[in-house]
Design a protein around this ligand. Sequence first.
Ligand code: C2G
Length: 450
Amino acid sequence: MKKVITYGTFDLFHEGHYRLLKRAKELGDYLIVGVTTENYDKSRGKLNVQQSLIERIENVRKCGLADEIIIEEYEGQKIEDIQKYNIDVFAIGSDWIGKFDYLKNYCDVVYLERTRGISSTELRNKYNGIVRLGLVGNGRIARRFVKESKYVSGVNIEGVFGRKISSLRKFVEENELEFFSTNYEEFIEKVDAVYIATPHHTHYQYAKEAILRGKHVLCEKPMVLSVKEAEELYILAKNNNCVLLEAIKTAYSPGFIRLVSLAKSGIIGEIKSIDATFTKLIDAEHCRELDPSQAGGSMTELGSYLLLAFIKLLGRDIKELRFYSYFDKEKNVDLFTKFNLLYPGAIATGKVGLGVKSEGDLIISGTKGYIYVPSPWWKTEYFEVRYEDSNMNKKYYYKFEGDGLRYELAEFLSLINKQDLQSYKLEEEESIQIIRIIEKFMSRENVVYL
Ligand code: C2G
């Protein structure tokens, strides 16, 4: 008897799951399905799983394809199961290609092509709670986003919108999507929500058109480049019952959320000063990050992360603002900017650079002690609370999974599911204030030239 095994979360059981199990079963005579526990999913960084283990097991049982159902509880279990159950074939979807090659020492490993779209109405009626998402833009970040999305339950990336057919075609093949389109209206009709990852200056138009057609929008930072546009979009989103979320990934990561609550709990006394740095040396001549016609520059590219930390920790009441910048004079883009935000009773200093390198850490100084977050603080994972008496120091660790895009996606989906238009992790007013400061910089108001 040929025995096949496969594993999965099987949350919100759908046609993709069914087709996978059917083809897995056809590879042998007896199919064992491993369903993941909540703890195991947590440990592998899978977010937004909506059904309980019992419900998910029931989903698999009801489909009638499994001869036996087991529970996957820990890392390394697959090897043990394969030996214990005398397995001949391990099967899994092609979104995991390569990942399970190590099992070839124990049995055959088969990657079955994943089911791409769930957009046809026939299938659609059967789905519950799965958001069909479209990507606006097919650059580096969109690619990373697709990879991260497999760690978030309840979403299927259906298609991509862009301008160049040849690169769109390649993107769709490489990322196993259902479709691409160069026509925004047509693209928008096929999805429930969009992730906008195009150059900054194009966000506004894409977001607006999506919202006007009732689609939820997750938009890369800076969402837009002026307060007027931001306010307009947030109002439009509300009127159209759409979630509009700015994708500053740090804001949604567990480590950063804990850091903010801890710092504000008084553990270091009153916060008097914050220093944050984020630099990323860019050497390519013709890259978007340094292109003035695409709103490039250190502040527009990286400023949102620092401003998020300052506003989360010290609030929106900024009394004075000054930027000190080193510009590429020909291009009129800032290669480095140091800026001060003066608050009543506190000061925040940020440094961003695309042409200057520095240590990317964050220090929150208080009247009783300080918090040190080592580089890369924007992927907040580890930090220390330090005091004069070092015996009192404390260390904190929260895993930051992957490159963090899964956190913003999980928050976005959870808002859609709860029909909640506002995230406490990044409130509308906070997002607008971040954009206000970037806009001030772009107007060159309060800029001192180095
Ligand atoms: N799948 C598919 N098509 C989809 C969605 C999922 O073929 N549109 C496949 C996946 O590739 C996987 C199975 O269905 O083989 C279960 O998917 P999930 O429930 O998302 O579980 P997953 O996170 O892929 O579990 O130990 C767990 C496994 O390593 C993977």
